[in-house]
Design a protein around this ligand. Structure first.
Ligand code: PEP
Ligand code: MG
Length: 579
């Protein structure tokens, strides 16, 4: 038995016989043709190109939803095949150097691949896989070989391949394939994205799976842990068969509950929203029953790259997310860089206390060009759905005014240029610094909503570095100081008539759901996969009782005591849940 660790691409367990799909680039050998055969080679090249396009178009036409990732990826492949540089260089090499079509094409392909691999941006680098996949197809067509195809698979198997093209993954949708494992790929590779949207278990980026696998044998895939097991023992197969059952049950429960409203037994409705970092997560959030996005951490657009995202890139990314949610709101938090989230391209000075340094809104108010590019993009995207804008790390009213002034400047600029935007767009703030919680009554007059960021609020209120494992035992969401701060923010918000949300990790922990309901939160935003469990608890709760219970909890002196009382209550009320 061999266990390989890769990148978890799509959750779920698959157990079965492996199927090796040969996706390495076919080898070409350097060879030339005589002068009178040159035009024949050019024609053969053009035929294989046309055939490749036809094949991809046929697969694309089989995809019913033109808005789907699949459809769009296949369109990218078509566009790559239509790239004139690829043709010009290939035909030039055939005509000038008398190379055979496959050698000429291979040479151009390899040099393009090298250029792609030198790109630092992981997203663009990923596109080298798209190029390799179309290259493979053209070369196979040139050789007149039929592509080893998923469409011909008739048995339930687990596909093991160096890489899979979107055309392959599209075919998986209508095949008995149980899951797949590949050498290359990352979480943002198209292969991983499509696996998630199809909903089959997949592990990518295993580096050596094709080498380790050989040509046959049983395989287990754990797409959540990112693990592939080759030749598992009987005991392991048994263990994973149980895991697979539990996973299917989880999915069934999730699907059932995703469509139900989040309403307590006595009729109080809450909105459960998703926290996302990447636009690709939007589809999963919708499927999990999210009522929109409560926190979109846009700083992830800046990470792992050398350059800064342009206004256009911000805009396109936001538009993609907003369009997925239709009439449900998407709360775009302006960049929260600094602290534990570093962006190499910004050349930020090393700080003694990065969590308390030049981060988030402070950074944005200093780096106005970067901030304004994002504000313009958010406003422009606001006509495509329902966007709410949210500032992180607001510490007081003056700082909020400065940020709002910048929004006004950007609005005036857009108006001058006759670029439309949603004039009614809500603007709110994260309440995650104790000073903001303490003066939440003053801040509530200036904004349309609050969202409590408990991750930072706890860090600052209790003076516990959230990334330091030595003090993590003091990181207590049930500390009376934290509960009082939350109560204060909720009351201030409601007195001013604005909704109060929570988007820190505390909001997604089912153990706290009953207390948060009792404290009067209107919205909870969390990792999409937590939504069903939190929803199940809220649907079994009585808001009136929760309110009384939460008021009683606030009378106790320590987090330990509060925790014990809460545990007892939760176990009494929800005996079927595990906390
Ligand atoms: C928080 O601080 O609670 C929060 C949600 O924001 P982040 O975790 O991105 O700092
Ligand atoms: Mg925060």
């Amino acid at each position: 038995m061999r266990v390989l660790k890769g990148i978890p691409a799509s959750a779920g367990i698959a157990i079965g016989e492996g199927y090796f799909l040969n996706r390495a680039l076919p080898r070409s050998v350097k060879s030339t043709v005589s002068r009178d055969k040159i035009e024949e080679e050019v024609a053969a090249y053009q035929r294989s190109l046309a055939r490749s396009k036809e094949q991809i178009r046929a697969v694309r036409d089989g995809v019913s939803d033109p808005e789907s990732e699949h459809y769009q990826i296949l369109s990218v492949h078509l566009a790559l095949l239509e790239d004139s540089m690829l043709h010009e260089q290939t035909t030039r090499l055939i005509r000038e150097n008398h190379f055979t079509a496959d050698w000429a094409f291979n040479k151009v392909l390899q040099s393009l691949l090298e250029t792609f691999l030198r790109i630092e941006d992981p997203y663009l680098r990923e596109r080298s896989h798209d190029l390799r996949q179309i290259g493979h197809r053209v070369l196979e067509n040139l050789a007149g070989r039929p592509l080893d195809s998923i469409a011909t698979i008739r048995e339930p198997v687990i596909v093991v391949a160096h890489d899979l093209s979107p055309a392959d993954t599209t075919q998986i949708l209508n095949s008995p394939v149980l899951g797949f494992a590949t050498d290359v790929g990352s979480r943002t590779s198209h292969t991983a994205i499509t696996a998630r949207s199809i909903g089959i278990p997949a592990v990518v980026g295993l580096e050596r799976i094709t080498e380790e696998y050989g040509t046959a044998g049983p395989v287990i895939i754990d797409g959540e842990a990112g693990i592939v097991i080759l030749d598992p023992t009987e005991e392991t197969v048994k263990e994973y068969t149980e895991k697979r059952k539990a996973f299917s049950q989880r999915i069934r429960d999730l699907a059932k509950i995703a469509r139900l409203p989040t309403v307590t037994k006595d009729g109080k409705a809450l909105a459960l929203m998703a926290n996302i970092e990447f636009p690709e997560e939007a589809a999963i959030a919708v499927r999990s029953g999210a009522h929109g996005v409560g926190l979109y951490r846009t700083e992830f657009l800046f990470l792992n790259r050398k350059d800064l995202p342009s206004e256009e890139e911000h805009f396109e990314t936001y538009r993609r997310v907003v369009e997925k949610f239709g009439r449900h709101p998407v709360t775009i938090r302006t960049i929260d860089l600094g602290g534990d989230k570093f962006a190499s391209q910004l050349d930020l000075a090393e700080e003694m206390n990065p969590a308390m340094g030049l981060r988030a809104i402070r950074f944005c108010l200093k780096e106005k060009t970067i901030f304004k590019a994002q504000l313009r993009a958010i406003l422009r995207a606001s006509t495509y759905g329902k966007i709410r804008m949210m500032f992180p790390m607001i510490s007081g009213v003056a700082e909020l005014h400065q940020a709002l002034e910048m929004v006004d400047e950007v609005r005036a600029d857009l108006r001058r240029r006759r670029i439309p935007f949603d004039k009614e767009m809500s603007i709110g703030i994260m309440v995650e610094i104790p000073s903001a919680a303490i003066i939440s009554d003053l801040l509530a007059k200036e904004v349309s909503f609050f969202s409590i960021g408990t991750n930072d609020l706890i860090q600052y209120a209790l003076a516990i570095d959230r990334v330091n494992e030595h003090v993590s035992y003091l990181y207590e969401p049930l500390h009376p100081a934290i509960l009082r701060l939350i109560r204060r923010v909720v009351e201030a918000g409601h007195d001013a008539g604005i909704p109060v949300s929570m988007c820190g990790e505390m909001a997604g922990e089912p153990f706290y759901s009953y207390v948060l309901l009792g404290m009067g939160l209107d919205e909870l935003s969390m990792n999409a996969t937590s939504i069903p469990r939190v929803k199940r608890i809220l649907r079994k709760s009585v808001a009136y009782d929760a309110k009384e219970f939460a008021a009683g909890l606030l009378l106790h002196g320590t987090a330990g005591e509060i925790g014990r009382i809460l545990r007892k209550k939760m176990e009494d009320l929800f005996p079927d849940e595990r906390f």
